[in-house]
Design a binder for this molecule. Structure first.
Ligand code: ZN
Length: 419
């Protein structure tokens, strides 16, 4: 009794919530799993998870809707302009160097840029965390990393279902044997298949079946490891996917063919990366480049960074280049000539329905058989902090957006006030 009072008092002093019951969190991302991928495929395990827990109609990712930026939002609750991981590719506008998605995982200063991911925050408040293959895992943050981590190997086979099972059991073992409180787990599909064959392809539908079987396996593994009473599983994704128009069906966007536009007016550019692009004009050339591109193609949007629509939250960061381009659904932005041949793409405006991921959650903290309306993925971070009983860092999310998914009666007497 005395211990409990002390704990209550200590937590009052720290301003931290009190947990009656142990609550752990497993955050899972299935890259590129669009919100409606369960509509044209039988997904018994995802359906069961919704029955046993919470399903959101869809969630809204931050802009720019690509892998590293959106995953860092899941880990930090901040919009991309605020956490600073503004692209999959690290770049240097002076040396003109660019690094691939995979190489950029190892550029520490790209990730460790003032924002702390949940692993570090949780560990500083006495919890234990892990991460397997989740974007951002390879970097350290103010010298710290997740206590247990496995970085994705180079040339990793994203599609191997047996590997998915092994990774699942590994993570469940971490929870049980190393007593972790939080783990993030990443699967690189159905993104790869969506890019290669398109979101409407039979191959994508097959991959969704594989994801569904894995969801069943994840829940079975949690049970087998004795985690049922404490583990909360959140499954979501970084972005959706849309079909790219091809075969002369449309007039492609090729910057070099636009009258009045010249690459020689730029010091640096990031194009040929799906539907988005960023340009750094040479000194004195900004207006010329902007005027040449603005209105040059009916499906190309051209903005000076400070004029970008506010809902994108993609202006206020020095790393973002002065001119931002994005294309309407179905189009990609080519530089000198077309070099992109994916049948599916993402990176579009986050208001487009095709860019929205799915969301499911199950576990002792969540209501059962509850379907909720959409919310932004910045709100997942404060939700996870709340379940774990830790104080969140400054973030752009609001617990009020997700709190209704939780069974509050099973929690401590005092309602949490952190937001
Ligand atoms: Zn992708």
């Amino acid at each position: 009794m005395k211990t409990r009072l002390c704990l209550l008092w200590a937590s009052f002093l720290l301003g931290a919530p009190v947990n009656k019951q142990r609550h752990r969190v497993l955050l899972i991302s299935f890259d590129g799993f669009r919100w409606d991928y369960d509509r044209d495929v039988d997904t018994p395990n995802l359906d069961k998870m919704a029955e046993d827990g919470v399903k959101a109609l869809y969630v809204t990712p931050p802009y720019i809707t690509i892998t590293s930026p959106t995953h860092f939002t899941l880990l930090s609750g901040r919009y991309v302009e605020n956490h600073g991981v503004i692209h999959n590719m690290w770049f240097n506008t002076t040396s003109l160097e660019k690094k691939s998605y995979y190489q950029s995982q190892f550029v520490n200063e790209w990730w460790d840029n003032g924002t702390l991911p949940i692993w570090i925050t949780a560990q500083r408040q006495g919890l234990k965390t892990g991460s397997l293959h989740f974007p951002g895992t390879a970097s350290s943050y103010q010298g710290e990393t997740a206590m247990v981590r496995e970085v994705e190997p180079a040339l990793y086979n994203y599609k191997n279902e047996l590997e998915w099972k092994n990774n699942t059991d590994k993570v469940m073992g971490w929870f049980r044997d190393q007593d972790l409180d939080f783990v993030s787990l990443y699967f690189g599909e159905p993104d790869g298949t969506g890019h290669r064959y398109g979101p409407d392809s039979p191959q994508r539908r097959e991959m969704v079946k594989q994801v569904d079987r894995t969801v069943g396996y994840i829940r079975e593994s949690a049970q087998r490891h004795g985690l049922d009473d404490s583990l909360n599983i959140i499954i979501t994704a970084d972005h959706g996917m849309t079909t790219v128009y091809r075969n002369g069906l449309v007039e492609e966007i090729i910057l070099s063919k636009i009258p009045g536009f010249s690459f020689s007016d730029l010091s640096f550019h990031l194009v040929d990366f799906g539907p988005s692009g960023m340009l750094l004009p040479k000194p004195g050339k900004l207006e010329k480049v902007y005027n040449a591109l603005k209105g040059s193609h009916p499906h190309l949007h051209v903005y000076k960074k400070e004029e970008l629509p506010e809902h994108l939250h993609f202006s206020k960061n020095d790393r973002i280049l002065p001119i931002i381009l994005w294309a309407d659904l179905g189009y990609v932005i080519n530089g000198y000539f077309p070099v992109q041949f994916n049948k599916g793409e993402h990176g579009f405006d986050n208001q487009e329905m095709d860019m929205k991921p799915f969301f499911r959650a199950v576990g002792p903290a969540f209501h059962k058989n509850l379907e909720v309306g959409p919310f932004e993925t910045v709100n997942i971070y404060p939700l996870m902090c709340h379940i774990l009983g830790i104080q969140p860092e400054v973030n752009d999310g609001h617990l009020n957006a997700t709190k209704h998914m939780l069974v509050t009666s099973s929690r401590a007497e005092g309602e949490f006030t952190s937001d």
